[in-house]
Design a protein around this ligand. Structure first.
Ligand code: ADP
Length: 299
């Protein structure tokens, strides 16, 4: 029987001590043996990284009590599409702090999703390093990244990806079944103000309600970080505000470190910090002295 196994080749760069991992799918003629696959479920400690804040005003202060969750340094991502190399990220350095609400702003194609996917362990950079609470994501193998995503990261995407044949409560329960300390599905749905829609199927819910089920599903496992990719992209303004309120409540009430991608500049008003991307680079970074409530946003 032919089976495809992934072989992990760890190489150490001659210039530093940071190991990097290449994932090379290979075709073999035997069943995968346990020795083919490294058994690491955890991330490894990363080397210390330098402070990136040349702009002192953008640096979260000691008095704010924040400590870093992510440290990303000099991240590049190149997609090789045959003859053409697409430079999605061209050297991004970014920190994300405990309980922070970060908005990543930029036009379509500026690299926002690529960056979010790298922070969420869905993708790996071509070069650069990313640490999550001092542990390296960039030298982690796929199994460790899977465990990292499962335990620590909640994702919300533009399209809700709910299972049509399951109720709101059952869609959330799918996730709570595979983690250690989940919230009850009904509790998660109450948090997004859907306590009265527990037994509705997706087809019986509006787009905004479906997105709030998706948020409940993401937060029911009590993730450390919530990563949202254009969560209001498919919604009208009024519905989008309800979805943003749900995300804000998670950030405030659970203290979940939150990053929201948007091309809609109005959303930036509700962030602690706004990072604008353009053509794979950070164009600007600012902190909001006064944060707006989602209902105060206009677009
Ligand atoms: P944004 O989220 O800001 O719209 P993306 O991160 O999705 O930007 O994309 C940045 C660039 O990388 C775009 O030019 C896009 O076409 C390209 N890109 C993204 N993902 C892939 C992929 N899997 N393969 C090839 N090119 C990609």
């Amino acid at each position: 029987m032919r089976a495809v196994v992934r072989v992990y080749v760890v190489r150490v760069s001659p210039n530093d001590s940071e190991p990097t991992t290449r994932h090379e799918p290979r075709t073999t003629d035997h069943e995968p043996r346990t020795t083919d696959i490294p058994a690491s479920d955890t991330l490894s400690e990363a080397a210390p990284v330098s402070d990136l804040y040349a702009n002192a005003a953008a640096r979260p202060t000691e008095s704010s009590g924040q400590s870093p969750v992510f440290l990303a340094r000099d991240i590049t991502k190149v997609y090789n599409m045959g003859e053409v190399a697409v430079h999605a990220l061209r050297g991004i350095s970014l920190d994300l702090f405990e309980a922070e609400f970060l908005v990543l702003l930029g036009p379509s194609g500026s690299g926002k999703s690529t960056l979010l996917n790298i922070l969420g362990g869905l993708d790996v950079p071509t070069s650069g390093t990313v640490t999550y609470r001092g542990q390296s994501l960039t030298s982690a193998d796929e199994r460790a990244l899977t465990m990292y995503r499962r335990k620590h990261v909640g994702f919300v995407f533009q399209f809700y990806n709910l299972i049509p044949s399951l109720t709101a409560r059952e869609n959330v329960a799918l996730v709570t079944d595979i983690v250690d300390r989940p919230m009850a599905p009904a509790e998660a749905l109450k948090l997004v103000k859907l306590g009265d829609r527990l037994d509705h199927f997706p087809s019986q819910l509006s787009g905004g309600e479906q997105q709030r089920v998706a948020i409940a599903r993401a937060v029911a496992k009590r993730p450390d970080v919530l990563l949202c990719d254009e969560p209001t992209g498919a919604l009208d303004i009024a519905t989008g505000i309800l979805v943003l309120e749900a995300i804000q409540r998670v950030n405030r009430e659970l203290g979940t470190t939150t990053a929201v991608i948007t091309h809609n500049a109005a959303v930036a008003g509700m962030a602690d910090r706004v990072v604008s991307l353009s053509d794979g680079r950070i164009l600007s970074e600012r902190r909001n002295e006064k944060k707006l409530a989602p209902s105060e946003l206009t677009w």
